[in-house]
Ligand binder design. Structure first.
Ligand SMILES: Cc1cc2nc3c(=O)[nH]c(=O)nc-3n(C[C@H](O)[C@H](O)[C@H](O)COP(=O)(O)O)c2cc1C
Length: 648
């Protein structure tokens, strides 16, 4: 009888003669901060190695392209078709496997969505001739199909030679293999299309080619979409048939969902913050009774108790985590050792997609070590222990205090208000922000467990700095709402966003919000969800979502669902007791409103911070009091500054 709290989650599982130490896999992730030759580098190895060290049973290197010339959708996808990469892949696999973790290579080809290949060669290839949003698609000839089958096999053989312990065939999310599997797309009249049997011929030939190249004792995982979750894709009934055709020919059937090319579906593939945890497990559970191969599920898992339940109840045999591995690569070790309350849970804010989309670099809003794994690993700590005074207990201040304390400094954290958390505390009750509330609570818990002296109701003044006599002051004072200079802004019906977030009952039935930034739009959605009519007015010609990856897609869909109207290029000229006067693209408009809310940005408390700068040897500004932005920038600056203290 196991004495573990999560006995099913930590039960080992075997596939094709390989032992996986538990049921928690790190799902495929690409890594884009690589040179144009697209081989793994030291940053990449360190990023993935942390997951192996954190206890995951398998770590998968995403999007290794089997035929670069025809198959890549981005420029920065690993070249598993180029044998010059042997030493780089080998050092990657060594970084993973020496921790007792199985390294997997995801073998992929984007087919008719291979945009980066298209830009280079002017050619797109798919199962049938058609025009899609990227360009003209040429039907793959029989020779090309045979060639690609051989390329998948060669890539798998090479992966094994490089030390990978498994390959994951990417047969989901709308890439090449599901293009062949789809009855809607693959209407070919030869043996590669039309009937179910013909549509499965190519994926099954790929599996067979890989098996021939890697042998029986080497696990093959097949990642598929259980359902494409959109009207133009296939549904779970068809997904079950695909899984049945693959059963026992592959060693793990990995059930994801959706299709990359359909926005509504891609925010289910990567579940948004508006969906519940584990929302896609239903697809694995629907497939599981029909197959003998172990089944993996993926999507929005953060909670070991829920993961345990999914396996114990037989919904799936393995749980795979994506974004959660960034929020906390140590989740398995923490879950096994009874430290669940310290697990940083992914908020699904999608900043990871924002940073990879914009800069091709991975960052995580709530885990500032992501993107800095090498520095983190090989840093021996500060040379000198210092006394550090942190002024401000918001997001940045809390992170700075935690990082400084972890590094052995004496830390005093002062907060003007009677609790820690800063400006974001006001959003704790928002239904789709419960993970944010959890994050703030966890930071507070960690602070309570760390050797940090917390002084609440304490404003940092020059006198206080003189009295404490710190070596370093970190000013994390934050910001205050920017009040727009509009006639009538001081009316009784006008409120700042923060005040309404704290008490939504102050907003009446018909509400106008000034400012379509994230704060205004998420507040608008919250009020609309409670049944109010909400109109958002924005001066600029586009809403400002910040660098939040896929969040704009899901937020946009929710705003539409709840009938929130956004009027762009619209300048408010006056607020009256009856509503708002504004000039828009179609001329002047008078909008009746019971309540007007301004969400027009924040002003940094720079002068207040500067007033503290002359009373300690070291002084640092971080977070919103430099430039109000978001959790990511605040935690990055806090972590970096706190790590630098004591170096000299
Ligand atoms: C930054 C990032 C990169 C990803 N790269 C890949 C990839 O290369 N191949 C792939 O199949 N899935 C990729 N995914 C999708 C994940 O494997 C996973 O299916 C998805 O994020 C849903 O799981 P989650 O809710 O736990 O994040 C990526 C996800 C993230 C967050």
């Amino acid at each position: 009888m196991s004495e573990l709290k999560y006995p099913h989650l930590f039960a080992p599982i075997q596939a094709a003669g390989t032992l996986f130490r538990n049921r928690i896999f790190a799902s495929p992730e690409g890594f884009y901060n690589i040179s144009p030759d697209c081989f793994p580098n030291a940053d990449c190895n360190a990023f993935f190695e942390h997951k192996a060290r954190g206890g995951f049973a398998s770590v998968c290197l995403g999007d290794c392209i089997v035929d670069r010339e025809t198959g890549r959708h981005y420029d920065w996808l690993f070249r598993i078709d180029d044998e010059r990469s042997l030493p780089m892949f080998s050092s990657f696999t060594s970084a993973i496997s020496r921790h007792g973790c199985v390294a997997s290579a995801e073998l992929s080809h984007a087919g008719m969505y291979a945009l980066a290949s298209y830009k280079e060669t002017g050619k797109l290839y798919g199962p049938v001739e058609m025009d899609n949003k990227y360009g003209h698609v040429t039907e793959m000839s029989e020779e090309m199909i045979e060639y690609l089958i051989e390329r998948y096999g060669a890539a798998a053989r090479f992966a094994k030679q490089c030390g990978f312990g498994m390959v994951t065939i990417h047969g989901g999310h709308g890439w090449l293999l599901p293009q062949f599997m789809s009855s809607k797309i693959n209407t070919r009249r030869d043996k590669w299309g039309g009937s179910f049997e013909n549509r499965m011929r190519f994926p099954l030939a790929v599996v067979e080619s890989i098996r021939k190249n890697v042998g029986r004792n080497f696990p093959i995982e097949f990642r598929m979409s259980g359902s494409e979750t959109n009207p133009d894709g296939y549904d779970i009934d068809e997904g079950i048939e695909f899984a049945k055709a693959l059963d026992q020919k592959v060693d793990i059937i990995h059930v994801s969902t959706g299709n990359h090319e359909v926005l509504e579906a891609t925010v289910i593939t990567h579940p948004s913050m508006f969906l519940p945890d584990g929302c896609n497990a239903q697809y694995a559970a629907a497939i599981k009774p029909h197959v003998k191969s172990p089944v993996a599920t993926v999507g929005a898992f953060t909670d070991p108790a829920q993961m345990e339940e999914v396996i114990a109840s037989g919904m799936a045999d393995i749980v795979e985590l994506g974004r959660q591995t960034l929020a906390d690569p140590d989740l398995p070790v923490k879950a096994r050792t009874g430290r669940e309350d310290e697990i940083n849970r992914c908020m699904r804010c999608c900043c990871c997609f924002g940073s990879t989309g914009e800069h091709r670099i991975f960052y995580c809003a709530i885990n500032p070590t992501i993107g800095h794994e090498l520095e983190e690993r090989y840093d021996n700590g500060p040379k000198f222990k210092k006394k550090v005074l942190v002024a401000g207990g918001g997001i940045g201040g809390m992170q700075a205090a935690l990082t400084a304390a972890e590094r052995g400094h004496q830390v005093i954290l002062c907060e003007k208000k009677d609790r820690l958390g800063g400006v974001l505390v006001c959003e704790e009750e928002v239904p789709f922000k419960q993970k944010l509330a959890g994050y703030i609570g966890r930071q507070i818990l960690k602070i309570s467990r760390a050797p940090i002296e917390v002084r609440l109701n304490t404003e940092v003044t020059p006198e206080l700095i003189r009295e404490v006599a710190p070596d370093a002051v970190i000013a994390a004072l934050g910001s205050r709402p920017a009040v727009p200079p509009v006639k009538g802004i001081d009316g009784k019906n006008v409120f700042g966003a923060e005040e309404i977030y704290y008490d939504t009952s102050k907003a009446q039935d018909n509400t106008v919000i000034l400012g379509a930034g994230l704060v205004g739009m998420e507040l608008g959605l919250t009020l609309a969800m409670q049944g109010r009519k909400v109109t958002i007015l924005e001066m600029a010609d586009a809403p400002n979502f910040g660098e939040t990856g896929m969040h704009p897609i899901s937020l946009g869909l929710e705003l539409k669902k709840f009938g929130v109207e956004i009027r762009l290029s619209t300048m408010v000229t006056e607020i009256t007791a009856d509503g708002v006067e504004a000039d828009g693209p179609d001329g002047h408009l008078s909008l009746p409103a019971d309540t007007v809310i301004y969400a027009t940005g924040q002003k940094p408390l720079r002068e207040e911070a500067a007033a503290l700068s002359d009373f300690a040897g070291e002084f640092y500004y971080i977070g919103d009091c430099v430039t109000p932005k978001n959790i990511l920038t605040a935690t990055q600056a806090a972590y970096t500054v706190a790590r630098d203290i004591g170096r000299i």
